[in-house]
Every structure is written in C-alpha cells, then in structure tokens.
Design a binder for this molecule. Structure first.
Ligand SMILES: [Zn+2]
Length: 150
C-alpha cells in the first residue's frame, strides 16, 4: 500500500467512523424518544385503569343508591303516609316519628303555651310532639283514635 492509499484509507475509515458515530447518536436519540413515549403511554394507561376503577366503584355506589330508592318507593307504595295533625300517619293509623321514621305509641304530658296536653313521645327525641289541628293543640289519644278509624 502506498502512502497516499494509506491516507485515503485513513480518511475513509475516519469518515465512516464519524458517520457511524453520528448514526449511533441518532439511534440513541430515537431510542430515548421512544423510551420517553413508552413511559408516557404507561402513565396514561395507568391513569385510564384507575379512572376505569373509579367509574366501576361509582357505578356500584349508584346501583346501591338506586336499589335503596326503589325499596323506599316500594315501601311508600305499599304503605302510603297521610299528613294530619302536623305529622305523618301510616295506613293503619300509626303515627310516624318525623325524625327516626318509626311508629310512636307513647303518650306523655307536654306543655303547650300555658296548658298541658297529652302528646306523642318518641324515644329518639327529648321533646314530645304536640299534635295540632287548625292551630289548636289536639290530645294525642283523640288524634290516634281518629286516624285508626279513618
Ligand atoms: Zn323518633
């Protein structure tokens, strides 16, 4: 090999090494870009999965609520309530506590303005419920009798 051939070979080798290096850098760049977009895709997939899980939980919760509402509607349908004397009564004439919705049977004396009037007392509340008719207190046993017979 003559000296010029050697130099030319050197230049070619160096030249291709530089190109190779450039290509390698490009490939490395592309690789880093792909890795970055893979991580982004994985993050997006994770977000989508957690969003899906949230929707499923919400769906279960809503179904449960719907079931409760349907049960309440059925109960109301089976046992319609009547509003009278300031409270609700079921179809059998039982007074319903406005707070806890249970039947009240207990009658106690309650003070109304300056008088005493037999009133309903639920175990869930401290104060008795004074039943009213047309702005006047009505004795609870009278109201209960009336509702039981109507
Ligand atoms: Zn109650």
């Amino acid at each position: 090999m003559d000296i010029f051939g050697g130099i030319e070979k050197l230049i070619t080798e160096h030249g291709s090494a530089a190109i190779l290096k450039e290509r390698l850098l490009l490939v490395a760049d592309k690789y880093a870009e792909l890795e970055k977009s893979l991580v982004m895709s994985q993050t997006k997939a994770k977000d989508a999965i957690s969003e899906k899980n949230n929707f499923e939980l919400e769906n279960i919760k809503l179904r449960d609520e719907l079931r409760c509402v349907n049960e309440q509607l059925l109960k109301i349908h089976e046992n319609p309530l009547t509003s009278k004397f300031g409270i609700l009564w079921d179809k059998h004439g039982n007074a319903q506590c406005p707070k806890c919705k249970t039947t009240i049977n207990r009658v106690v004396w309650a003070t109304h303005i300056n008088g005493q009037v037999p009133s309903l007392k639920c175990s869930c509340a401290i104060d008795p419920i004074v039943l009213m008719e047309a702005g006047q207190p009505i004795q609870a046993p009278d109201a209960m009798r009336f509702m039981a017979n109507s």
